[in-house]
Design a protein around this ligand. Sequence first.
Ligand SMILES: [Zn+2]
Length: 266
Amino acid sequence: MKCKGVLRLAFLFMAFFYGPYKSMAWGMLGHRIVGEIASTYLTPKARKEIQQILGTESIAMASNWADFIKSDTTYKYLNSWHYIDFDSAINYTRMQSYLKSDTATDAYTKLNFLIRKLKNKKLSQNEKLMYLRLLIHIAGDVHQPLHSARTGDAGGNEIKVSWFGQPSNLHRVWDEQLIEFQRLSYTEYAAAINHASVKQRLTWQKQSISNWLFDSYRISEQLRKELQQPEQKLSFQYNFRHIETLNEQLLKGGVHLAGLLNQIFG
Ligand SMILES: [Zn+2]
């Protein structure tokens, strides 16, 4: 009986920590993959300046800081910097005009804020470090399709699904579970997908942040449409159908981030 009680407690403990919680960003792996890919496309000058700010921390390892600090309430004001919500079924023109007058505290206004700040050479070392870590993180986040999505269901957190039989939600599947399903470390993952042609990279790096947001938005609308019936059971087939999109978003995230860092520091 005692043993059963302990097992029950252990189960409750696990259910609490591994159950469907409200997920808020690419998981650790996703951010590191984006950061690792970005670090392969820096100009020598940008690489040097970034190293002076981050010290021995790589871009991949700096990418998770903005999630780690969520456990400290001092940084609560940063929570809405990780994503942006739009009206449902908008097109690119409407998105652009919305962004032009956007004054909300969201990923778009804050990415622009961070770019402006980091171009200012008079910042203190601590400010540079914080702003750069935030920029690396948020540039990655907006490539997770559900971080630039329609308003109303918390970026798919409220779309309940099961993932290989375990309760989950659409946001969490895209933050972590699809990536973790590949069974690769972040360096293995980055090496496996980092194969855009030079032409492709240059085309992507010409895109504006509003292009990044619209790509994510378009994908998120499609993902939602596929899950019309409630509580869908996702597993092998979902992986098979979406792995290419997932990998392209991670790759584009890294290429876009490198372009942005070269523009700021190069
Ligand atoms: Zn985030």
